[in-house]
Design a protein around this ligand. Structure first.
Ligand SMILES: [Zn+2]
Length: 156
């Protein structure tokens, strides 16, 4: 990439570091022309194929805006949403795919959202999985109860 200071087309890497989560590399670079130093972050590219067929880069902001509505009126903070989006990104990156569709992102959201807030989870799941009857809600709530009982048993 071009030097952000003088637009020189080349730069020299003076330091490389892998991030703590192992999902990105930060490189400290220096421009041989003006001596300016800057940092680049390298991550595997992750593309999202929308229902319309349009491909766009994965965005944590899109994940957050996708779940924000389900979290309305719930005790969920912006920081919670940021952590959720990070967990979703980590989960999809760890599967090793380079592209996925919005449906798969919805699936990746369900787990972390459920841990964050069960009501928001039910709202999100009802839209995403197109619940169309009370029975669908009852089934989902039944699963939440069963898992809670299991978790309770494990605590004892
Ligand atoms: Zn420069």
């Amino acid at each position: 990439m071009h030097c952000p200071f003088c637009r020189h087309p080349d730069s020299r890497v003076i330091d490389s570091r892998t991030s703590d989560d192992g999902l990105s590399i930060r490189r400290r670079r220096q421009c041989p022309e003006c001596g300016g130093r800057f940092t680049t972050t390298e991550t595997a590219s992750l593309a999202v194929i929308k229902r319309s067929g349009v491909v766009e880069p994965f965005s944590r902001d899109k994940v957050i805006s996708g779940v924000r509505k389900a979290c309305q009126g719930r005790p969920v903070t912006e920081a919670d949403l940021a952590v959720l989006a990070q967990r979703v990104e980590e989960a999809v990156r760890q599967t090793g795919v380079s592209q996925l569709d919005t449906n798969e992102i919805g699936l990746a959201i369900l787990g972390p959202l459920r841990e964050l807030d069960e009501v928001a989870f039910l709202r999100f799941a009802s839209v995403y999985q197109a619940f169309d009857s009370l029975e669908d809600f009852e089934t989902a709530i039944g699963e939440l109860r069963a898992d809670r009982a299991k978790a309770g048993a494990a605590d004892r």
